[in-house]
Design a protein around this ligand. Structure first.
Ligand code: FES
Ligand code: FES
Length: 151
């Protein structure tokens, strides 16, 4: 076990965990930030996507020992009341079905718009293709990203 001081959603948090523990489990089991979901555990589905210094990252494959001073943002850190423009667009387009993948989808979409404020359909498809939705909400996700890009 080792102690880590992590910057999560703008606050310093301390955890005592095995260095190989994936950030997904640090967030969920130690910091009670359960908006980030477990899907595959092998970086293939995107359900566990968070931001590391603003870049989309699969937290299931990110050992806590690799984080250091980099800032982690989870879905809980976007806003306290779903008022982030991407969250608002998601609600406007009624994107979620079961909802399980949507935290990861939103985190990927926020990172996309940060790097590319006016993405084409192809840009959206290329970036979001790593986020799997078993409910098939892909068309609504694309429309919501276009709406968020205008706001
Ligand atoms: S749970 Fe991390 S990519 Fe699937
Ligand atoms: S909304 Fe159900 S998996 Fe995406």
């Amino acid at each position: 076990m080792a102690k880590y001081n992590l910057k999560v959603n703008g606050k310093m948090r301390s955890v005592d965990v095995d260095p190989t523990t994936p950030m997904l489990w640090v967030l969920r089991d130690h910091l009670n930030l359960v908006g980030t979901k477990y899907g595959c555990g092998i970086a293939m589905c995107g359900a566990c996507t968070v931001h590391l210094n603003g870049m989309a990252m699969r937290s299931c494959q990110l050992p806590v020992s690799m984080v250091g001073t980099q800032e982690i943002t989870t879905i809980e850190g976007l806003s306290e009341d779903a008022s982030h423009p991407v969250q608002k667009a998601w609600l406007d387009h009624d994107v979620a079905q079961c909802g399980y993948c949507q935290s990861g989808q939103i985190m990927s979409a926020v990172a996309l718009l940060k790097n590319n404020p006016n993405p084409s359909d192809e840009d959206i498809e290329a970036t979001m293709s790593g986020n799997i939705c078993r409910c098939g909400t892909y068309l609504r996700i694309k429309e919501a990203i276009k709406t968020a890009a205008k706001n």
